[in-house]
Design a protein. Sequence first.
Length: 440
Amino acid sequence: MPDPNAQRYDAIVVGGGPAGVSAAITMAREGLEVILIERGRFAGAKNFFGGVMYTRALAEVLPDFQARKPPWERPVTEQGYWMLAPGSVVRFMHASQAYRQDPADAYTVLRARFDPWFAQQAVDLGALVVPKTTVVALIEDADGRVIGVRTDRPAGEVFAPIVILAEGVNNLLTQRHGLAKADLPPRFVALSVKQYIGLPAKEVSARFGLAGTQEGLAIDIFGDATLGLPGTAFLYTDKAGISIGVGLLLEEFVKHGLPPYAVLERFKRHPIVAPYLEGGEALEYGAHLIPEQGYDRMPELVADGVLVAGDAAGMVDALHREGTNLAMLAGKLAGETAVMAHRAGDFSARSLGHYRRALEQSFVLKDLKQYRRMTDFLDRSPHFMGTYSGLVNDAALRYFTAHDRPKREMEREIVGLLRDRRGFFGVAQDLYQLVRGMRG
Ligand SMILES: Cc1cc2nc3c(=O)[nH]c(=O)nc-3n(C[C@H](O)[C@H](O)[C@H](O)COP(=O)(O)OP(=O)(O)OC[C@H]3O[C@@H](n4cnc5c(N)ncnc54)[C@H](O)[C@@H]3O)c2cc1C
């Protein structure tokens, strides 16, 4: 029996990341009494990411976000890919005037600064944010409907007719409630290690050829950065520092006996990368998992009295390094669904099914569905991460070198590289798998 003196709210949110805060803001703005419970010392204390934050999703949650002065690092005015080989790099970078609007489409941020700001917006709109508190279990009634949560505080039961689980990739509550299978197998989860390296703002701008802090770069890196294994590295410019990291499928770390920090250190020492970091001071270091199970292995998103949003539901588009925007939109749709359920007085899974339908109409589930085969693609075509990076670099070296022999010979040599390292049939197979992976 619920304790009659226990705390009661209209909605409980578990987790103070982008998904949870977006849900809390959406519900608080509509007048619901919302409690958001976060286990960290403050929202963001335990969170980190690459990280590029996208403003369109933020505007969905907080249309006047720019007036609220988010702690942006730099706008992303140039972005793209580097294909790294042991002593060289081929860069595919894109700069556009379109990236220079205010607000920009994307900004680099540090989560230890962004998340507390975002949570404060929820507080300003009337939500109660309770940090340093871990939700240890969901409370169900006799029929299995979720009616509250149990926290690690003394007498720490909190009741509400709806709970939004935005607990991130370690989705223990989602699992315990039977919405997700046990922990993701190492093949469907990436582990990323990151350092934030402090450098004077002027130095960051000078090293990357940026005019000032009004310009910034976001670079995703393949090939030698991950020893040619399925994964990516990244290098993003912050205001007075650089975010650098590398991630591999967990299975690859295990299979090759690679300590994650050693892979990052090796990447940092790469002769193309090291000069950017020289003299910098490592100010933040961490490791975090990224769910990459794809659409087909997502948890159930809805049950009686409960919704799941963000990483807890596997909402990450690794191909485009997007996660926070999916989390924000899912949080918003979960919040809107909770508001509707309150109006209808119906918190059954059937009524809350609106959430799944709204997600299906949005880019969140459309994109996840489209890229549902991406992890399988990487599994079957590991050459995209290794072989092709080396190949493109070796071909570029031949192409750009002034040889004392006819160009036709050089061209034949480049075709020979492709034939010897992957074979024409192999290339055709890889392209087929790529198209399949992209089309869903
Ligand atoms: C290295 C790396 C690079 C990335 N780069 C990018 C990028 O550049 N752009 C991008 O958009 N996305 C990126 N992502 C993905 C992005 O970080 C996530 O998709 C996003 O943070 C998900 O938000 P969320 O709110 O679902 O979960 P989280 O941000 O993980 O928040 C979950 C919160 O729940 C709290 N919590 C967990 N369990 C409990 C509990 N039982 N009780 C109370 N609180 C709890 C946690 O402390 C945490 O604050 C990256 C991720 C990583 C790891």
